[in-house]
Design a protein around this ligand. Structure first.
Ligand code: FMN
Length: 186
């Protein structure tokens, strides 16, 4: 199963178009499952609310993951491949995607810690692609907290060996040829 995490929130999103172009080229033959974050009830872990940090911590400590907030992590762990699409916002990810990732990064579901303190992956995925678009020029890599975060999680927690970044920059610049920039990114 290829899990498409769609964090494109704007009508007419160019990032979503780039992700669809990538999917067409990928021509994945198995099941495609899309998680559209704009349509989901994804909330941050917080002191009070549907996903309280105390309920989360108790579940992790007891290894009982029956709260609905854990469904995202369970589906993520089962994916054979992951595609994440999100626009570049304020040098990082849209907050909604951060909330989703907060829930996906559940110890005992997508990763664990062994007796030496090392992270052990509980994910099946061997390939993860991150698709993004930005209004401005590509930043220095150390300022790219969108791909930087995705890459760190995919490497450190989930041990995904093949990680790809497909990004189109400068889409909001004067006279930008958006179609050409998207095609170049692929
Ligand atoms: C809240 C917000 C924050 C943004 N932050 C940045 C930024 O830090 N750097 C940048 O180059 N563009 C930034 N942009 C521009 C978007 O990255 C750009 O328009 C992108 O192509 C939007 O993707 P979409 O068409 O899929 O919505 C921002 C746009 C918004 C709405």
């Amino acid at each position: 199963m290829l899990l498409f995490v769609d964090a494109c929130l704007r009508d007419g999103s160019r990032t979503e178009r780039l992700a669809r172009m990538w999917l067409e080229r990928r021509a994945y033959e198995g099941e495609l499952r899309t998680v559209s974050l704009a349509e989901l009830d994804v909330n941050p872990l917080e002191a009070v609310g549907p996903n309280t940090i105390s309920a989360y911590s108790a579940a992790v400590a007891g290894g009982i993951y029956d709260h609905p907030m854990f469904e995202y992590a369970k589906a993520f762990a089962r994916a054979d491949e992951v595609l994440i699409a999100a626009p570049f916002w304020n040098y990082g990810l849209p907050a909604l995607l951060d909330c989703y990732l907060e829930l996906v990064c559940t110890q005992g579901l997508t990763f664990d810690v062994d007796e030496t303190g090392a992270y052990v992956s509980l994910c099946r995925a061997r390939r993860l692609t991150f698709v993004s678009t930005a209004g401005g020029a590509a930043p220095d890599p150390c300022d790219d907290h969108a791909y930087g975060k995705v890459r760190t999680l995919a490497t450190r927690f989930w041990h995904i060996p093949q990680i790809e970044y497909v990004a189109a920059w400068g889409l909001d610049g004067p006279g930008a040829d958006v179609e050409a920039l998207l095609a170049d990114a692929l």
